[in-house]
Design a protein around this ligand. Structure first.
Ligand code: AMP
Length: 402
C-alpha cells in the first residue's frame, strides 16, 4: 500500500508518499509560504535513489487546498509522477500535534475525531487548527480514502498522574485539562521499538530512556515499553534546552518580565519560544555553527553547549532514578544522531550509574542505528535515526488493517 503522509502547518505542508510494502520513499515534498505573495513547492521523486529528481514551483499558493492540489498534480503527472500508471494512494496519515486526553493511540478520522481535535484547540492554538486544515483538504481531495490521525501526544498518555499533574489547584486539571502531555511521541515510540529490536527483546520488557535532540528536544522515561515520564509538558516548551525554546524556567519569570521590562504575556511567550534556548544564550541555534564558534573561542557558544548538555545530564539522572533498571539510552534526531560531543557531554560523569561510552564508537559517523557504549557499560547506549514519517506510515497501515 502507498501511504500519503501529511504534516500540515500554519503556512506550510510537508508530505511524503511511502511504499509501505518496501518502506521506501516514493516522493517527498514541502509546500511553503502558503497565503504569501509567492508560495513555493518543492517535490523530490525517489529522494533516496540515484534517479532522485527535484521539481520546484514558485507561484501564489493562497491556501492549503491549492498547495495540496499542486502537490497531487506533480505526484500523478502522467509523464513523471510517482503515481502514474495506476499506482494509487491507499490511505492518508496525518501528523497531529495535540490529542489531549482523548487519544492514546492513532485513530481513523471520523467526524467524532474531528470534533475532539477542535475541542483540543485551546491546548495547541497554533498547531491543531493547521493540522485540521490539512485533514479537511485531504478529505475533500480523497473522499474515499481512509484517513488516520497520528498524535504527537498519544504515546505519553500512559504517564501516571504523579508525572503528568502540575502541583497547582486540581480544578485547573479537572475543568481545563491543565496537565503535562508530552510531545515527540511518534519519534520516542519509533526509536524505542528499534532499540528493542537491537536488544533482541520485546519492547514490553524494555526500560529505556529515549533522548530526542533536534530543533525541539525532549527525553522520555520508558518502563516496560510505556512512557512513564517525559520532559515536554502541557506545551512543547518545558524541559530540555532547545534550539530557540527555553525549556524549564521559573514560572515567576513571567511576572518579573512584566513588572521590570513592561512585557505583555504574548511577548513573553514569544521570547521563551522563539528567542531563547541555544539562540537566546549565544545567538545561534544550529549546533554545527555553535561548535564552530566555540572552537574559535566564542565563550557564549561554549556556555550554550554547556547549559544544554548539563540539562540533558540532569534529566538523565532523574529518569535513571525513576526507572531503577535502565537497559538502554537512545539518542536520536538532528543533534542526537550527529553530534558526538553533545552525546559525550550529556553522559559525562554517569559511569557510576553504569553508563560508559566507547569514545571510538561514539565518534564514528554513520546513518545506521548503532551501539556506542563500551562492552563494560551496564546500560547500553545507542544512536538510532528517527523516522517520524515511516512511523506515521506504519501506524496508518496498522489502523487501516484494523
Ligand atoms: P531536527 O529537528 O531533528 O531536524 O534537527 C535539527 C538540528 O540538528 C539542527 O538545528 C542542528 O542543530 C542539528 N544538526 C543537524 N546536523 C548536525 C550535525 N551534523 N552535527 C550537529 N548538529 C546537527
Amino acid at each position: 500500500m502507498n501511504v500519503l503522509i501529511i504534516n500540515s502547518g500554519s503556512s506550510s505542508i510537508k508530505y511524503q508518499v511511502l511504499d509501505m510494502a518496501t518502506e521506501t520513499v516514493l516522493a517527498v515534498g514541502l509546500v511553503e509560504r502558503i497565503g504569501e505573495e509567492v508560495g513555493r513547492l518543492k517535490n523530490t521523486v525517489r529522494p533516496d535513489s540515484a534517479e532522485a529528481r527535484e521539481t520546484v514551483l514558485e507561484q501564489p499558493i493562497p491556501d492549503h487546498r491549492t498547495g495540496m492540489e499542486l502537490a497531487i498534480g506533480l505526484l500523478t503527472d502522467p509523464a513523471q509522477g510517482v503515481l502514474r500508471d495506476g499506482a494509487v494512494i491507499g490511505a492518508v496519515g496525518h501528523r497531529v500535534v495535540h490529542g489531549g486526553e482523548d487519544f492514546s493511540g492513532s485513530m481513523r478520522i471520523t467526524p467524532q475525531v474531528i470534533e475532539a481535535l477542535e475541542r483540543n484547540i485551546p491546548l495547541a492554538p497554533l498547531h491543531n487548527p493547521a493540522n485540521l486544515d490539512g485533514i479537511r483538504v485531504a478529505m475533500e481531495i480523497f473522499p474515499d480514502l481512509p484517513q488516520v490521525a497520528v498524535f504527537d501526544t498519544a504515546f505519553h498518555q500512559t504517564m501516571p498522574p504523579r508525572a503528568f499533574l502540575y502541583a497547582i489547584p486540581y480544578e485547573l486539571y479537572e475543568q481545563d485539562r491543565v496537565r503535562r502531555y508530552g510531545f515527540h511521541g511518534t519519534s520516542h515510540r519509533f526509536v524505542a521499538g528499534e532499540c528493542a529490536r537491537l536488544l533482541g527483546r520485546p519492547l514490553e520488557e524494555c526500560n529505556l530512556i529515549t533522548v530526542h535532540l533536534g530543533n525541539g528536544c525532549s527525553m522520555t522515561a520508558i518502563e516496560n515499553g510505556r512512557s512513564i515520564d517525559t520532559t515536554l509538558g502541557m506545551t512543547p516548551l518545558e524541559g530540555l534546552v532547545m534550539g530557540t525554546r527555553s525549556g524549564d524556567v521559573d514560572p515567576a519569570l513571567h511576572l518579573f518580565l512584566k513588572q521590570n521590562k513592561g512585557m505583555e504575556l504574548e511577548a513573553i511567550d514569544a521570547l521563551l519560544n522563539k528567542e531563547s534556548g541555544l539562540k537566546g544564550l549565544c545567538g545561534m541555534n544550529d549546533m554545527r555553527d555553535i561548535h564552530r564558534a566555540a572552537e574559535a573561542g566564542d565563550r557564549r557558544a561554549a556556555i550554550a553547549l554547556e547549559v544544554q548538555t548539563y540539562r540533558n545530564r540532569k534529566y538523565l539522572g532523574a529518569y535513571m532514578a525513576v526507572l531503577g533498571r535502565v537497559d538502554a539510552i537512545v539518542f536520536t534526531a538532528g543533534i542526537g544522531e550527529n553530534d558526538a560531543v553533545v552525546r559525550a557531554e550529556s553522559l559525562r560523569g554517569l559511569e557510576h550509574l553504569g553508563v560508559v561510552l566507547d569514545g571510538g564508537r561514539n565518534s564514528e559517523r554513520s546513518r545506521e542505528a548503532r551501539c556506542i557504549s563500551s562492552e563494560a557499560s551496564r546500560v547500553r547506549v545507542f544512536v538510532i535515526p528517527t523516522n517520524e514519517e515511516l512511523a506515521i506510515g506504519r501506524e496508518t497501515v496498522a489502523v487501516v488493517r484494523g
